[in-house]
Design a protein around this ligand. Structure first.
Ligand code: AOF
Ligand code: ZN
Length: 367
């Protein structure tokens, strides 16, 4: 809990305090993009004298909040930061200067910042100022905290996660399990981690407020709606704009730009062919670093997008929900049809967890 103020016996203190930084950083999940999640603790004589995290892009960085919290006690203390302190003027001034000015003795850094403007320059600056710096403590944990940010910085493309549901006997389903969209359910928690979620227009028929993350004060990702071949059954409803966050419609039909859509101020992107490439490009231009491709509703609408994603190595991560059903397969499965699958795609770091009556398996594509 946040009340813990010292490392427990027998553990590496450095690891303990960096894990604490990560715990603090997580308080801002969904709110810092395009900035990373960063936590900082200031420790003196084995006691935490200050702590903070980066709450939102444009606001001060984690180090600044922790230094403010510590006040004069920061002098001769050790600062722990889950990400290398920045050494540049962005929306906010450099954290290296704040740490130097506060006269900390030592800085322990979870990982180097992949942002090319920072990339070890923060560490160099601190060392030049005579501060002892340790780099790479709980590095894997710190990397997993900011997987989307790191991917975006290194590749210039958004981090893409594919989500889908399966029956126990391995058939693709078009639904979510009971309760998973409730507060604490995996789906509700998952949503708030993404800048954008790609959904099928067939969900217009359901309550479009769903899926909203139910976590209190949660980030609500931008909804990118795939709207192919508009038919009376999936017409854009006139009250679409009731949703809590921005909606963008990608369509391959000019007729989808019905007057009710324009009146609601909903942005429509009409393409001859809807492609993942075009959607990811759009996200990139909008500064959206993490995108969830959410396969449900009308599964066939996703067939081309999933194939494109797998064939071009666009998909970084998958989240598979296994529901407690055993059934036959209704539709052709877009997950089984890609050319790329003839050789097989390696996946790694599988993890599983329970959510209500479902089991969720997550992993990463290894290209
Ligand atoms: C840190 N601590 O808490 C964060 C850092 O526009 P700015 O000033 O917010 O700068 C954004 C960049 O600063 C971001 O891309 C990343 O390199 C770094 N973020 N650095 O020392 C923090 N959020
Ligand atoms: Zn900073």
């Amino acid at each position: 809990s946040l009340k813990v103020r010292c490392a427990s016996n027998g553990e590496s203190d450095d690891g303990f305090y960096i894990r604490r930084c990560v715990e603090l950083a997580r308080k801002a999940i969904g709110f810092t993009s395009p900035n990373p999640l960063v936590g900082c603790v200031i420790v003196k004589d084995g006691k935490v004298v200050g702590q903070g995290f980066h709450p939102k892009a444009g606001q001060p960085h984690g180090e600044v909040f922790a230094l403010r919290d510590a006040g004069d006690l920061a002098e001769n203390a050790t600062a722990y930061v889950s990400l290398e302190p920045c050494n540049h003027f962005g929306r906010t001034p450099p954290c290296t200067e704040a740490l130097i000015k506060a006269k900390v003795k030592k800085v322990v850094v979870g990982m180097v910042d992949p942002n090319p403007i920072v990339a070890s320059k923060g560490v160099d600056r601190l060392r030049d100022a005579g501060i002892e710096v340790v780099v790479g403590v709980e590095e894997e944990l710190c990397k997993s905290l900011n997987e989307a940010y790191i991917h975006c910085m290194l590749t210039g493309r958004p981090f893409l996660t594919l989500r889908y549901s399966l029956s126990v006997n391995g058939n693709l389903l078009d639904i979510l399990g009971n309760g998973v969209t409730n507060c604490g359910g995996y789906y509700s928690k998952l949503l708030q981690e993404y800048d954008a979620v790609i959904l099928s227009s067939s969900l217009f028929n359901e309550n479009l407020l769903l899926p909203a993350s139910q976590e209190s004060g949660a980030n609500q990702p931008i909804r990118i709606i795939i709207h192919k071949d508009p038919s009376p059954s999936n017409k854009i409803p006139p009250d679409l704009n009731l949703v809590i966050r921005k909606v963008i419609i990608f369509t391959n039909s000019k007729t989808a730009t019905a007057p009710e859509v324009a009146q609601q101020g909903i942005e429509t992107v009409a393409l001859d062919q809807i492609s993942l490439d075009a959607i990811l490009d759009y996200c990139n231009r909008q500064g959206l670093c993490s995108v969830l491709l959410d396969i449900r509703g009308s599964i066939s609408e996703f067939e081309e997008l999933v194939k494109e994603g797998i064939n071009n190595n666009y998909i970084n991560k998958f989240v598979t929900e296994i529901l407690p059903v055993w059934n036959g397969c209704g539709e052709p499965d877009p997950l089984q049809t890609s050319k790329r699958l003839e050789q097989g795609v390696k996946v790694e770091n599988l993890q599983s967890k329970a959510s209500n009556q479902s089991v969720v398996v997550e992993g990463y594509f290894k290209f």
